[in-house]
Design a protein around this ligand. Structure first.
Ligand code: GTP
Length: 288
């Protein structure tokens, strides 16, 4: 069976979305008529064998989020739970902290999705790709191509063109590295926790050797548990025969600013012609 984790961040994240995110938490902001997160949940719920969707973030549980989760569970008939981090633990720290919840029930693999992306979410394709390429326990990053200049704002991936193995991974490089970029959508096996655990242990040792003597920063980056998938895990895994990139030609975009939410709406609206024609307005006499 499979599971999915959606990283939703918290109130200190998504600052470029202000002032819109003062009214509604960013993951619930409507994109193409439904909450940003609903597109992710819908895509996950469609994958055969999907047993559970976990949202990980550092928002205080609130009525809006609870109502959204309740409605989504009813609509998609799947277990959806929110797990709250005690502090911002980064894109790798949160999944590591809640690893027992993720591996309970023994999923053979699980997806991790950034909440702030808009995508056609080719999740089933990533799973078939994982089965065809590399070793059975390999990890897959969804990639897409960007132009040279844009690519440097993202995680950049150098691949082996034949095997699709990730040979190098550089997050937001200062010079051009590759036009293949990380979409923030991954397929992992539980083995990923051994790699995150090794970084956690190294961080703990470093903190013993070089104790931080200032005040604890509120964002929690001086905690051993604060781990970034991109810089701390992928960079080290590249070239080890474990990490592969599945390049998609389908649409993808980040949702960082209010302006990019409009662009994302347009991409989803285009897709609605085939996936959700009922969500589109029909041209009727006297209608809109
Ligand atoms: P920026 O350009 O600096 O925003 O970097 P980025 O595009 O790589 O995004 P970032 O890594 O900050 O966030 C990617 C996704 O992970 C977003 O959906 C965030 O909400 C989420 N995220 C980021 N940090 C955390 C965290 O500490 N905990 C959780 N649970 N989610 C996080």
């Amino acid at each position: 069976m499979l599971k999915a984790v959606i990283l939703i961040g918290g109130p200190q994240k998504g600052t470029r979305f202000r002032p819109l995110s003062f009214e509604v938490p960013k993951p619930l902001f409507p994109v193409a008529g439904v909450a940003m997160l609903q597109h992710h949940i819908e895509a996950c719920a469609k994958v055969p064998n999907m047993k559970e969707i976990l949202l990980i973030g550092f928002y205080q549980p609130n009525e809006e989020l609870n109502r959204f989760l309740f409605n989504a569970q009813q609509e998609f008939k799947i277990s959806i739970r929110y797990l709250q981090e005690y502090a911002a633990l980064g894109t790798g720290g949160g999944i590591y902290h809640f690893r027992d919840q993720i591996v309970s029930g023994s999923p053979e693999a699980f997806y991790v999705l950034n909440a702030d992306v808009c995508s056609a979410f080719p999740l089933a394709e990533m799973l078939s790709f994982q089965k065809e390429h590399g070793e059975p326990n390999s990890f897959v990053i969804l990639g897409t191509t960007a132009n040279r200049k844009q690519s440097m704002n993202y995680g950049c991936i150098v691949e082996n063109e034949t095997t699709k193995e990730v040979l190098h991974y550089v997050e937001k490089p200062s010079t051009f590295v590759s036009d293949i970029i990380n979409c923030g959508i991954y397929l992992f096996t539980p083995e990923i926790f051994q790699h995150i655990g090794a970084v956690f242990q190294k961080n703990q040792q470093d903190m013993l050797l070089y104790p931080y003597d200032g005040e604890e920063p509120t964002n929690g980056w001086h905690r051993a548990e604060a781990i970034r998938l991109e810089q701390d895990i992928f960079t080290a895994l590249a070239g080890q025969g474990k990490l592969y990139v599945y390049k998609t030609l389908s649409f993808w975009s980040q949702i960082k600013s209010a302006g990019s939410a409009i662009y994302a709406s347009r991409l989803y609206l285009n897709q609605y012609h085939t996936t959700h024609p009922e969500r589109l307005a029909t041209i009727k006499e006297g209608g809109a």
